[in-house]
Design a protein around this ligand. Sequence first.
Ligand code: GLU
Length: 601
Amino acid sequence: MCGIIAYAGNKPAANVVLEGLKKLEYRGYDSWGIVALADKAENAERPFYVIKRVGKIGGINWDYVSEAIRGESHVAVGHTRWSTHGGVTEQNAHPHLDCSGKIAVVHNGIVDNHQEIRAGLGSHRFLSQTDTEVIPHLIEELMSKEELDFIAAVRKAASTLKGRSAFVAINSETRQMAAARKGTPLIIGLHENSNEEFFIASDVTAFLDYTNKVMYIDDNEMAVVDGGGIAFSSLTSGNELKKRVVEIHWHVGSAEKDGYDHFLIKEVMEQKHTIAAAINQDDAKILAVANDVKSAFGTFFVGCGTAGKTCMVAEYLFSKISGKHINSVVASEFSNYQHYLTPKTLMIAVSQSGETADVLEAIDVAKSKNVRVVSLLNVFGSTMMRASDDFFMVNAGAERAVVSTKATTAQIAVLTLLAYATAGKLQEGKLLLMNAASAVNDMLNPRYEERIKKLALQLVDKKDVFIIGRGLNYPIALEAAIKLQETCYTHAQGFAGGELKHGPLALIEDGTACIAIVANDETKQDMISNAAEVKARGGYIIGIAPENNEVFDYWLKVPDVGNASPIVNIIPVQILAYHIAVLRGINPDYPRNLAKVCTTK
Ligand code: GLU
């Protein structure tokens, strides 16, 4: 979701910010803007250069920006917006300014009490429908009515806001840049022992090209950058805070498409290597967390969307492999389980970005009950990593497409390893997954993609697709439905194979497409029967299975990899959704209305 990148230093600031915004594009957004503070004092009348646009940044380059800002600037802030309050318009894009035009603000998150604050700012002139716009006006009000200086006004304004937010404000008179964090991340990038350059960003990818030295702004803290360097303080007490410089040794991975038309298909193909990378874990740590699962009184696997489905896969894996009952819970529902939490409970939180607001809230709930939290992440240095007692990286490398593919299978691989470790069979689990990794490598060849492309041509005009699976592959049927919904906008629904007869079978007509995920395990016969029930009512059956069967109208072969079947079974659907999207003229990297990093509830 929304991204913030701010810069103060000796480089042309708007340019650094534009490049940073391009790096943050993957988070998902609908509009963007840049505010640059003019270098020259004679520009006092019009101290800010502002660009705002609806849509994607696309090929916009430095020439375009320099023309728009028409001058030199060494302090600038950029923002990609994922609208929550107010339509997707240029007016609503950030930055937002106060009445005097001297304070500019970009913001991530939601100001829950914006109506109340706006009501108290009656004399101020508002130009947008956003919740954000109350922030610059509130700072202005506090500076004039209460005669606070800029920093004190920012602190008080930030403390007044309810909900999860982060914002950066620039004051053109004092030439100070202030960043405040309440629940949504902001990270400082800097050159150690040098007061010459500072970056402030929602995530490190925005500035990793320039520096890997960071300082974290924690919740309820603020940082101020000005000619004198950087200072941190508490939002509540105002006390000064000392911060450590941390070096990030993490490679974002290639942000290029490497010859592919889209990030999505590039990332699908990267699964040739990412499964092997995912299982490259520290044995001692896997065993320690396996022990945590064994000794916990209740383990909750918590995630949202696709990560929620990998948690469901874990529920089946732990039951089948280690005979252990664990619970998978959708993060936004987790607080409803708080009555079961004790200090003996364990939470395993799963998120690609490590910034998902719903999961962070679930972690807050867990922490309030002294629950131990272990995270499974793909982004190093994320808020979840720092909020957890321990963490695993799934090592999938940067995932740029909004739709998750390689991070999903990497999560499933680590969870499978953990299930085997909990059963005291870590080596067996490793062998199984190494075999699956090499099977995926073989499977992802051009002929395979061609066969799926042919199927995409058949399905391109279908409005509905049903997907059925059982056991380990029931959650994969649900995940397959998410893939089709978000990538190519097909109305897709996943069901447990046995559930169709309890209602959805009534929707099957002549030619209705139904994907049957048939693993070569104890669920096979029942799955074949379920597929036959659909076929008997006119359904067109697409079988995803290691072996062909007469019930299949179209067969997509997958390798037989035993309990690692969820990993290989989702891959053909990822490719299918991609090709249907391309045939429909949809950009599969940036589905409408969705964001990769969901920082709002
Ligand atoms: N709530 C703000 C808006 O709708 C910020 C959204 C965001 O995080 O991008 O403008």
